[in-house]
Design a protein around this ligand. Structure first.
Ligand code: ADP
Ligand code: MG
Length: 309
C-alpha cells in the first residue's frame, strides 16, 4: 500500500474549548476504511463538536485529526472533497427540482461535467427518486427530502459520509429504506459511515462499532456485543408456568412482569446463572417453557447514561 495510513479517520488528543467550556477533552480513536461507526452520548456530550472538527467546520484547540489521510487543520479543502455530510438542517433548495439541487452540488464539488449525468442517475435510483427528479423539492415529503439529501451526500463519491440523526422525523417505512440505502452504499462502495442517532435501532442495524462520549471524554469504544457483555449484566428469564400463579419468590432476582401464566424475571447474569434460577422456579411451580432474553442495546445504553448522570 502506497498510502501512509489505512485509517479513514484518525484522531489524537483532539480537544475543543469554548471559553470556559471544554466541549471535547482530548479524545483518541481510529476508524478503518469501510467501517460503520455509531457515535453515542447524552445531550451535550460533545458529539456535534467532534463531528464539526472532523468536517472542518470547527477548529480544534488541541490535538490532531485526519480524514481520508488529510489533516483537518492543514488540508481543509482536501478533507471537504473527501467527505459527504447529511446533517439535521436541510440545505436543499425547495424551489429547485431534485435534479437541479444535485447538479448544483456536483458542480460545487468539482465532479467532472461528463460524469454528472450518470452519477445523478445512480444516486437517484439508489434512493428511489429517479422518477421524481423533475419535481420541485418543496413538493417532497420529509422522507423523500431526507433520501434526496443522502443522494446528494453520496453524489461526489465521498470516502467518508457523516450523518447526524439520519432517520429523525421519518416514519418507520422511510427509516427502514434510509437504513438500506446507507448499508448498500457501505457494502457496494466501501464507504465509511460515521453517524449519530438517538434511535438505537439505527445504531444496531448500521454500525459495526460504537463509540460513546460523555462530558467530552470517550467512555466506550468497541462493538455492540462487547458493549452488551460489559454493561448488560442484567438478563431476563421468561418462564411459562403450566397455569397462572402468584409471583415466584427467588433469591437475587425479581419478577418484573406477569401476563397470564408467563413471568419475566430479571437477574444479574454475573451472580446467578439461568440454570440456578430455573431450578428454583421449577421447585415452586410446574414450568412449561422458558427462555433467556438477551439485553437490548437500549437498556444497556440507558444504564450507562444513568450511572454517569
Ligand atoms: N459554539 C459553541 N459555543 C459555546 N459552547 C458550545 C458551542 N457548541 C457546543 N458548545 C457546548 O459544548 C458542549 C458539547 O456540545 P455538543 O458537541 O453540541 O454536544 P452533543 O452534540 O453531544 O449534544 C455543550 O456543553 C455545549 O453547550
Ligand atoms: Mg449534537
Amino acid at each position: 500500500m502506497g498510502r501512509m495510513s489505512q485509517a479513514a479517520i484518525s484522531v489524537r488528543g483532539l480537544a475543543k474549548r469554548y471559553g470556559e467550556i471544554e466541549a471535547v477533552r482530548g479524545i483518541d480513536f481510529e476508524v478503518r476504511q469501510g467501517e460503520t461507526f455509531g457515535f453515542l452520548g447524552p445531550n451535550g456530550a460533545g458529539k456535534t463538536t467532534t463531528i464539526n472538527m472532523l468536517c472542518t467546520l470547527a477548529r480544534p484547540t488541541a490535538g490532531a485529526a485526519s480524514v481520508a489521510g488529510h489533516d483537518v487543520a492543514k488540508a481543509r479543502d482536501e478533507v471537504r472533497r473527501s467527505i459527504g455530510l447529511v446533517f439535521q438542517d436541510t440545505t436543499l433548495d425547495g424551489y429547485l427540482t431534485a435534479e437541479r439541487n444535485l447538479r448544483f452540488h456536483a458542480e460545487l464539488y468539482g465532479v467532472p461535467r461528463s460524469e454528472i449525468g450518470e452519477r445523478m442517475r445512480q444516486v437517484l435510483e439508489l434512493v428511489g427518486l429517479w422518477d421524481r427528479r423533475d419535481s420541485r423539492v418543496q413538493t417532497f415529503s420529509g422522507g423523500m427530502m431526507r433520501r434526496l439529501e443522502i443522494a446528494r451526500g453520496l453524489l461526489h463519491s465521498p470516502r467518508v459520509l457523516f450523518l447526524d440523526e439520519p432517520t429523525i422525523g421519518l416514519d418507520i417505512v422511510a427509516r427502514q429504506r434510509v437504513r438500506e440505502f446507507l448499508l448498500s452504499a457501505n457494502r457496494e462502495r466501501g464507504m465509511t459511515l460515521l453517524l449519530t442517532s438517538h434511535d438505537l435501532t439505527d445504531i444496531e442495524r448500521l454500525c459495526s462499532r460504537i463509540l460513546i462520549i460523555d462530558r467530552g471524554r470517550l467512555i466506550f469504544d468497541g462493538d455492540i456485543d462487547t458493549l452488551k457483555a460489559r454493561y448488560g449484566k442484567e438478563r431476563v428469564l421468561v418462564v411459562d408456568l403450566e397455569e397462572p400463579g402468584p409471583a415466584l419468590q427467588l433469591d437475587g432476582a425479581r419478577v418484573i412482569r406477569i401476563e397470564g401464566p408467563r413471568q419475566w424475571i430479571a437477574f444479574d447474569g454475573e451472580r446467578l446463572s439461568a440454570a440456578q434460577l430455573t431450578a428454583a422456579a421449577a421447585a415452586q411451580a410446574p414450568l412449561r417453557d422458558l427462555t433467556v432474553q438477551e439485553p437490548e442495546i437500549e437498556d444497556v445504553v440507558r444504564r450507562i447514561y444513568q450511572e454517569r448522570a
